[in-house]
Structure formats: structure tokens, C-alpha cells
Design a protein around this ligand. Structure first.
Ligand code: DX5
Ligand code: ZN
Length: 220
């Protein structure tokens, strides 16, 4: 069975305290950091980009055991692959809807030393994964329309998660958007094992407790 990974989305951080908040999430039990890159074009919001990720990687280097999971909500994702590979980002997740040639992009990401994720917006069918599931390390099923933190979880995405889990038993399967203590059961039951949570973790009084519960629900 695939193992649980908890990936706090830094979009919910207080950006004036970004470094220490990321370190705190790690010491509270999160082994991934989910870095939401938005360009104001693919999605109607701008978040953070290369210099911020570079600073964070310098503060929390690859050897620290924190997996840098970049969720690229950008048009022309090809443009950022080389730069992110150079600073040792662990995984580059592109949106299926953002590229004309997913196969070439998958190869480019691998060539630059990163694992590959492919993300599906809510309206994109799970069947697009049929041809890609054996080529990537992770599929991200969006459980909100990408662009903003703090939105409500879409339970109607769970059949999509189930479909992909049934076809690809060993694949990391990520859910992102509105996931927290009230929605984790649905996601875990459907077969998700990589849990992104922004507000549910960074707004919690006891982050360690929230992270532990999320992890347990997946591993049980
Ligand atoms: C939304 C982002 C998410 C978001 C999750 O477009 O991809 O990662 O930050 O935030 P919450 O967990 O608050 O919904
Ligand atoms: Zn995200």
C-alpha cells in the first residue's frame, strides 16, 4: 500500500514568517511542503515564484528530508523546469490543461532531475491519466478550482480519485483544496495518499495533532 504524505500548502502561511512557519510544519510531522506557483494567467491569482522557492530550499536543504512539491499553476510550465531542477526541487507538478505536449514535458522534468506530477482541474476527466499513469510519479486531483486557498472541498471529485487508484495501485495520488479534518475521510476512503492542506494546517492551534490525524486516516 502507498504511504501517507502530508503536504502543507504554504499559500496559507503568513508570508512575513514563511521560513519559520515551514520549519514548524516540518517539525510537527509534515514530510512534504506544497509550493503553489500561480502566474495570474493560468489561474486568476498571483502567488510566489522562483526566488521564494530558492530561498526556502536554501533554508531547508534537500538533505533535511523535506520533499519540495511544486504545484505549477502556470501557462507554459516548460519555461520553469530547468530553473527549478537546478535548485533541487523534488517534484514538478504541471497541469494537464497547461501544455500541448504532456509526454515531452514529462521527459523534460525527468531529465532535469525531478519527479513528475500531473494535475487535473475539476472539469478534466480522470481518463486522461490512462495514458500517463505509468510515466509519472504522482497524479493530483484538484478538489477545488485552482487559484485560491480556503475554498470548499468538492466531494464529487472522489469518483475520479477512485478511478485512478483502481487503475494505478502504486501511484502517489494527491488531493488538493479544502482538505482538513472534516473531509479527510472521503479523500482517504477514495484512495488518496498525499494530502495537501493549507488552512487546515496553518490555521490550526495544534498543527502536530492535525497532521497526525490526517496521516492516520490515510494509513488506517
Ligand atoms: C489552490 C491551491 C491549494 C490551496 C489549498 O489552488 O492549489 O494548494 O492552497 O489550500 P486549502 O487547503 O486552504 O484549500
Ligand atoms: Zn496546490
Amino acid at each position: 500500500m502507498v504511504k501517507a504524505h502530508i503536504a502543507p500548502s504554504i499559500l496559507a502561511c503568513d508570508f512575513t514568517q514563511l521560513g519559520s512557519q515551514c520549519q514548524h510544519a516540518h517539525s510537527s510531522g509534515a514530510d512534504w511542503l506544497h509550493l503553489d506557483v500561480m502566474d495570474g494567467h493560468f489561474v486568476p491569482n498571483i502567488s510566489l515564484g522562483f526566488p521564494v522557492i530558492q530561498s526556502l530550499r536554501n533554508l531547508i536543504p534537500k538533505g533535511s528530508g523535506v520533499f519540495f512539491d511544486c504545484h505549477m499553476m502556470v501557462s507554459n510550465p516548460e519555461q520553469w523546469v530547468e530553473d527549478l531542477g537546478k535548485i533541487k526541487v523534488d517534484q514538478f507538478t504541471f497541469h494537464y490543461e497547461s501544455t500541448k505536449d504532456p509526454l515531452a514535458l514529462i521527459e523534460l522534468i525527468k531529465k532535469n532531475g525531478m519527479k513528475v506530477g500531473v494535475a487535473l482541474k475539476p472539469k478534466t476527466s480522470a481518463e486522461v491519466v490512462d495514458a500517463l499513469g505509468d510515466l509519472v510519479d504522482m497524479v493530483l486531483v484538484m478538489t477545488v478550482e485552482p487559484g485560491f486557498g480556503g475554498q470548499s472541498f468538492m466531494p464529487e471529485m472522489m469518483p475520479k480519485v477512485e478511478y485512478i487508484r483502481n487503475k494505478f495501485n502504486h501511484l502517489n495520488l494527491q488531493v488538493d483544496g479544502g482538505v482538513g479534518l472534516g473531509t479527510i475521510d472521503a479523500a482517504a476512503d477514495a484512495g488518496a495518499n498525499v494530502i495537501v492542506a493549507g488552512t487546515a494546517i496553518f490555521n490550526a492551534e495544534d498543527q502536530e495533532k492535525v497532521i497526525n490525524v490526517l496521516k492516520q486516516k490515510v494509513n488506517d
